[in-house]
Each structure stands twice: as C-alpha cells, then as structure tokens.
Design a binder for this molecule. Sequence first.
Ligand code: MIC
Ligand code: SF4
Length: 641
Amino acid sequence: MAQNIVEKILTSHLKEGEFVKGQEIGIRIDQTLTQDATGTMAYLQFEAMGLKEIKTDLSVSYVDHNTVQVGFENADDHRYLRTVAARYGVVFSRPGNGICHQVHLERFGKPGTTLLGSDSHTPTGGGIGQVAIGAGGLDVAVAMGGGLFYTACPKVYLVHLTGELKPWVTAKDVVLKMLEILTTKGNVGVMLEYGGPGVKTLSVPQRATIANMGAEMGVTCSVFPSDSVTKKFMKAQDREADWKELKADEGAHYDRVIELDLCDLEPLAAAPHSPGNIKKIADLAGTVVDQVCIGSCTNSSYRDMMTVAAILKGHTVMPGVTLGIAPGSRQVLQMLARNGALADMIGAGARILESACGFCIGNHFSPKSGGVSLRTSNRNFEARSGTADAQVYLVSPEVAALAAITGKFTDPRKSHLKYPEIHEPHEFLADDTMFIKPTAALKKTEVFRGPNIGEPPKNDRMPEALNGEVMIHVGDKITTDHIMPAGARLKYRSNVPKYAQFVFENLDKTFPDRCLKSKSHNIIVAGESYGQGSSREHAAMCPMYLGVKAVIAKSFERIHAANLINFGIAPLTFKNPADYAGLQKGDKLTCAVWHDAFLNGRPVVIRNERTGADIECVCNLSERQRGILAAGGLLNHTTGK
Ligand code: MIC
Ligand code: SF4
C-alpha cells in the first residue's frame, strides 16, 4: 500500500500495538537528546530505574539552557551531566557548543530515523527527515534504556507547498502562516508532512525553522522529505554517508491536505501574547521598538545570521534600541568570526550573546517595563521574557534586523535596502572538539552530584477514593510557563522541593503553601489546552510533589498530558464542558470509586459536595497508562514499587 513519509518511518519502528489511527503504538527510538534544564532529572530518573547503559544508536546531552551561572547550581548541574554521560555512554555537548536543536541538526540528525528529546522543540529534526518528537525527561530516560516510546497512532496532514518565497519573505513567515491556519490548539495527535514542488526551494535550516514551530501548533512533529537539498546539506556538514532518500509513495493517503503557495506569503509577526496571534508586518509598520533579540533554536542558522549581518553592515543600531544576537551554535559563531560577519554585527552595535537559549527562556536580556521586543524565537507567552508587561513579537531575522536599525517595525519590502542573497555554504566548519564522545575508559567516571541535586521525588500509589479540593481554577491556554516558570527559577530544576515553591508563581503565589498544608487530595481545574508549550516535566512533577492528584480541564496538550500520567496525576476532561463554570476554588470534590474507575476504564464521576452536582469526566487511557496511574507514576511502575 502507498505510504506517506510519516507512515514509512513509524511502521519501520513499530514494536507494539496496531497501526490504527488513534490507538496507542510503541515505537523504537534511534536517537535521544536532552538539554540541561530537563536533562538532570532525566538522568537522575535513568539512574533511579537502575539502568546500566544506553541502548539507543545515539544519545546526546546538551548544555544550552542554564548557562547563566549565578551561584553554584548551574555549574554543578553541568558537571553532573558531564559525568553521568561519560558513565552511561552518552555524548556530551559542552556548554558553549550551542543550542541542542541547531547542533543536532548540524551534526547528528539522520533522515528516516526516530529522535526523542526532552524538549518540545525536538521536532526541529523534521527538517532533515526525522520523526523527531518532544517528550518529558522520564520518557526519554526510558527510551535511552531501550524502552519504547508510546504515542497515539497519528493523523497525518500534508502541507502541499508550491511556488517560491519572494525576497524578504522567509521560512518564519511560512510557519507563522501555518499557525494562522492551524492555530495553537486542537492539533493533538496530528503529525505534519511537508511536500509538493515548493519543498525543493527550501534549504534544510529553513525546513528546520518550519518544523521547529510545529510545536506551537501542538502537532506531534513535522517531517520534510529527504532529497537532493538534504544530501547537499549533509555533504557540506561532512556527513554524506548519513543521507538517504525519503519520499512519499505516489497516491499516499493524508487525513487533510493544506495547500500553501509560497509566492502568496508576506512578512508576518506573532503579536503578544501567543504564537498564534498572527499580524502582517505591513499593518504593524511604524510601531516603535525597544529591543531586538536574534537567535534561538528557530532562527539561528548560518544563513539567518549572515542575512542579519548583511542588513546591519554599515549601520548603527538606533539609540532607543538594544540588539542582542545569539548565534545558534559554535559552528555558526566560528564561521561568522572567520568570515568577518561577526565584525559587521559588532560594528553595528549588536551585543553578542552566548550560543545558548538565553533570552528565549527569559534567562537574561529581559526588556524594559512595557517594552516592545522583537524576537526571532518561537514563544511570546506573557512574562516568559522575564518582564511581565513586555510586548513580545515573533518575527523573521530579516524583520528583526531592520527594526534594530530603523527603531520601528519596518516592512522590508518597502525598505531601501537591497535583499541580501545569502546561499548555504558548500562546506560548514565541522569541528566536533566540544563533544565528549563515550569511551570504555570513561565508563569508570564517578558521577558528581552537587548540593542542589536531589533525588527524583517519590509518589504514593493512587488512592482508593478521591477526597479532594479545588486548589486553583484557571482559564484557557495555561502554558507550562504559567505552571512552572523558567527564567530566574530555572536553576532549581534539580531540586524539586525548592522549585515546587514557584508553581503558578505568576497566577497565585499562595498555591504551593496551600497545597502543602491541605489535608485533601489537591485538584487543578482548567479550561482549553492546559499545559501548552514546553516539555518540562517539572510542570507535572512539582504539582505531584505538592499533592496534586488530578487536573480536570476542557482539553490538554499532548506532552503535558503524558507527563501528568507519568507522575501519577490523572488528566481528566469534562464530558460536558459547561461543568467547568460550575466549579470554583475551594470546592470539595469526592469520588468513592476513584481507583476502581481508572483501573477498569469506567467513566469517572466526581461529586461536588458544595452543589451536590455530579460531574462526569473522561479519561481515555490505554491499559498501560492506567497501570502507570495506579502505580502513582512511571517511576513506580518501572521499578515495581
Ligand atoms: C522552552 O522553550 O520552553 C524550553 C525551556 O526549551 C522547554 C524545556 C524546558 O522547560 O526545559 C521546552 O520547550 O520543552
Ligand atoms: Fe532554547 Fe528557546 Fe529553543 Fe526552548 S525554544 S530550546 S529555550 S532556544
């Protein structure tokens, strides 16, 4: 039967379940990646499961998120990660080597393989033809140990590209257009496949930009074919041997086809405070800008940076604007340094930032209060930048660089500048000296743990009956940044009791304390798309630590729902969404047959003791997931506790 690319990769990795839409399937994972903010817990859990060595073809541990190093915590985490990688056979990418997704694309991504990463933007690898999926650290730890990754057999949408991008219109505009079409919700269980004659006009890094922001649509991954463009990129990375062709069979089936003519696109922006709030640059032109940040895993390839350098060359950043540039990898930074482009950026007054996540995660470079910040990254959730009332817009590197020298949103098509025609290099600087590759001798390395590095928290088995209280009642689109802020709090990732003090920090500071003092099972009530955004399992692990047993929501995002189950928290959806409004903070909720209902896959009916109303909830779980919940989480489930 004719297969599409997604089906080809998934069926060749299928180890459990039937390939029937919506059903749970278990697939073999070829490669994993972790980053430091999620990685410490992933490796602590790997150790807690008693695993002895990795079983994947390749596992890489990157350090790119927590590189600010105020206090000892980050440096201790880096040391832990380096030693644990050596011990168990993981490649370690040293701090300074770049952002995980960019570096992985350059040095390791392989068409036709599966990649699981403890970061929601792992799908960036789809640009090179990988089924690359973001997941919680615990799922990645299991995959590193040779365990399967479970996901719903997806619906596959084809994005049929025709035409070619016009000057000043970019890959970022393609994906912003896709966000306008698909929005940021309602796409759980979907994998996107790009195809059509327009694909060959896009380079691998451009494809990666598009695949990267599929995460913002909530799709599981986005995959491009592997063609002669891919081959050229891999050859230029000195990795031609890793290339193989990948294309859909003639007549392959798709659940939906989205037509996109690249010629029709124009420069776009995602306006505050959602990546789905799409506006035309033409309509924003003239708006004064305070800050410009260029980089992140979305837009920091060699070509992006060279284009920025060409725009900046000979100009000076406007006095009212601060410009920060973070090239995505050491490879890119070194190439810019050698060819003089870095000098053009510095000459224009750019502040060169580390090749790391930095500004994107609100680790530093927060805008002024109420400041308008133009960023080439992928998320503009409220307060993520570190400034609660900042107005963050997501744009292409071209629009960002122009704003830096004009001081305002400028439609590039109307600017007097000539469009810089930058081409992909024939040869990238393939310098792997900042990777530590595993050796037999390194297996004897003693694993270092600093005082901020704790044990993964434990959970009890699921209670027989629910005796709960609604501790918080939140609205739609609550992101993992709302649940578990990163930025300045990021350094407590390895110390769950400490990090848990900041759960819902920007919504209700009293939440952690009230939870810890409560004598009942704590419950969160939420609207649509609860848990949008990152893969950080701390958004489930810390609530678990605070005694949360259930989240009742109108709907959930995929990675977060999986994380809740992994940490023994029931993700329940309202059968009748109108019941959401009937609940309020402080309501006592009970269910006498809680455990029994889950274990036997029956509807969960919860009594609101204040109103006497019965609320019917849905929890469509596989037998495997029910077992995990009953055990109080995946760690208990795997270790037989
Ligand atoms: C993000 O972009 O929000 C992060 C920080 O990369 C997260 C991971 C994390 O919280 O460590 C992600 O996207 O998964
Ligand atoms: Fe890093 Fe930002 Fe990419 Fe997350 S989205 S991996 S914080 S650059």
